[in-house]
Design a binder for this molecule. Structure first.
Ligand SMILES: Cc1cc2nc3c(=O)[nH]c(=O)nc-3n(C[C@H](O)[C@H](O)[C@H](O)COP(=O)(O)OP(=O)(O)OC[C@H]3O[C@@H](n4cnc5c(N)ncnc54)[C@H](O)[C@@H]3O)c2cc1C
Length: 334
């Protein structure tokens, strides 16, 4: 008989109720070993992401699961504690307890396909694949490369996925700005295909983004501009301008809200195509468009600074776009 048990026995033998301390000792004696055993078992199976800077655990994953089909991934993802993995670059910084981490990397969704009509970017294709894709850069006249080249570094872009970048709907995104300037839609496993703009405006749900679809437009031209306080930091503001046979648009992102697109006035698109938009007219048009764009302030820049940048990047984008449209016709812009 152990000392503790003997004490309890002795007290019981005297007809006295065990004291408060003894009740506590009994509890500790009986339950602590099993609690410890359980804790160690869970800990052994849990992937823990620790931040040396912050000094605490950020992301905890209890179970890793590689999906064998999209149907299975979708089913698993309906549980609130589940989470789809992209490149995990954003996820690993979040404070979150994940039950099941769902890996889509075995589903062949890591390719960028191109035909005469469109591009299809699989959700697991990386930002680096997009940046280096010849067809995408030919179609966008280097705008995709320009938009992605300053996102952290090459190793980072080799991991960050197209799906995670779009599904995250980040308010600092370069990816969303460049995609929104094109005729882009997302393909969701459950909801099907919806325009990117509608997807961005919608609420976050437990669907799975499988592909990004970009439809090629005749007479398409596009430029991308961003302002960063230092290279590879988040952008303070970014902008893209695009023109096709049907019209044009100006997109502003990192406002610091998700990107928003504004249609260009018809007269302006005619001037851009004709190559006769003056600097003064471009500045006025950028001013009119910029007024419609809500901007905010954060540690990277005040709302006033961002307002100023919308005018500057808007004007530059329009003038650059005009040069590209003129080059197609074999002309130049003075
Ligand atoms: C330090 C840092 C700096 C950055 N700088 C920039 C920048 O300057 N410009 C810029 O544009 N971006 C920037 N980003 C964002 C980055 O480019 C990626 O967009 C981001 O890391 C998400 O991509 P990921 O593949 O890592 O997704 P994850 O972190 O794995 O996932 C992000 C979210 O999307 C969900 N998700 C992932 N894939 C899918 C899917 N197929 N279907 C449904 N849900 C999915 C995840 O569950 C998670 O909620 C930065 C990120 C970091 C961490």
């Amino acid at each position: 008989m152990t000392g503790l048990a003997r004490t309890i026995h002795t007290r019981a033998g005297t007809g006295r109720r065990p004291g408060r301390l003894s009740e506590l000792s009994l509890f500790l004696f009986l339950y602590i070993p099993s609690v410890l055993r359980y804790t160690f078992t869970v800990f052994e199976q849990t992937a823990v992401f620790w931040s040396p800077q912050r000094g605490y655990v950020m992301l905890k994953i209890k179970e890793y699961a590689r999906a064998e089909s999209l149907e299975q991934a979708y089913e698993w993802n309906q549980k609130k504690s589940s989470c789809v993995l992209g490149g995990m670059l954003w996820l690993k910084m979040s404070e979150r307890n994940v039950g099941k981490a769902i890996d889509l990397s075995g589903l062949g969704l890591d390719q960028i396909r191109e035909d005469g009509e469109e591009f299809r970017i699989g959700c697991m294709a990386t930002l680096r694949q997009m940046e280096r894709h010849e067809g995408l850069n030919r179609y966008t006249e280097g705008a995709v490369r320009a938009a992605l080249a300053d996102i952290v570094g090459v190793q980072f872009r080799n991991l960050a996925t197209a799906g995670g970048s779009v599904f995250g709907r980040f308010g600092f995104s370069d990816v969303l700005t460049v995609l929104l300037a094109m005729d882009t839609s997302v393909i969701l496993y459950h909801r099907g295909e919806i325009p990117l703009e509608e997807f961005m405006a919608g609420k976050r749900d437990r669907d799975i983004l499988t592909e990004i679809r970009i439809r090629k437009q005749p007479g398409f031209h596009m430029v991308y501009q961003a302002h960063r306080n230092s290279r590879t930091d988040f952008p303070v503001l970014n902008a893209a301008a695009a023109l096709d046979a049907a019209g044009g648009k100006l997109v502003f992102g990192a406002r610091p809200l998700p990107a928003m697109a504004l249609p260009l006035e018809e007269k302006l698109t005619k001037q851009l195509r004709g190559g006769n938009l003056t600097e003064k007219e471009a500045a006025e048009a950028a001013e009119r468009t910029a007024e419609q764009v809500p901007v905010g302030g954060n540690m990277r820049g005040s709302a006033g600074y961002r307002r100023h940048l919308t005018r500057v990047l808007g004007r530059r984008s329009l003038l650059e776009l005009q040069k590209l449209a003129a080059a197609e016709k074999g002309g130049t812009v003075s």
